[in-house]
Design a protein around this ligand. Sequence first.
Ligand code: MG
Ligand code: ZN
Length: 193
Amino acid sequence: MSPKKRSLGLRTRENKAVFMDRDGVIIKEVNYLSRVEDMTVIPGVADAIAKLREAGFKAIIISNQSAVARGLLSLSGLKEITRVLRADLLKQNLAAKLDAVYYCPHHPDFDKSCACRKPEIGLILKAQKKFNIDLKSSYFIGDSSVDIFAARRAGCIPLLVRTGKAGKDGLYHEKPQKTFKSFPEAVSWVLRQ
Ligand SMILES: [Mg+2]
Ligand SMILES: [Zn+2]
């Protein structure tokens, strides 16, 4: 790296983020959500996202959507669900803007192995590069052991919520830093740190 680039790097401020799973965390868990009509934002989530952003956090969804690999949902269908989710959040609170939404559409049994399906951390690293995120001071709010494991591997702070799968999927045995009733309660705690 040239000295010039290095000094530019030093001047760049690092951002903190709250990464969040989508299903069972900010919207109600539905097996392989494929229809916009079946999407329900969990109460209090829009206001919580707004508060996070006002406190300077990037709000970023990191979600496995193997419904695509399974042939239950098209990529354009997934895009439409995301558009409506963003619109619903903004309707509830004008400041509830998601900075980014990252999906893994794959599944090893249906199309291919990849570096983006949690507990792989490809999507977290992609976000980290794009937004210059300091992972150590960032959080991951999830409802499954897969989220908790991915968060640990990426070096951010894993928080579990008791909505959705409530950590009972039993796939990994990584412990969260803390457990909360729901996403809004996890966010209130993050904002007190
Ligand atoms: Mg989930
Ligand atoms: Zn993937």
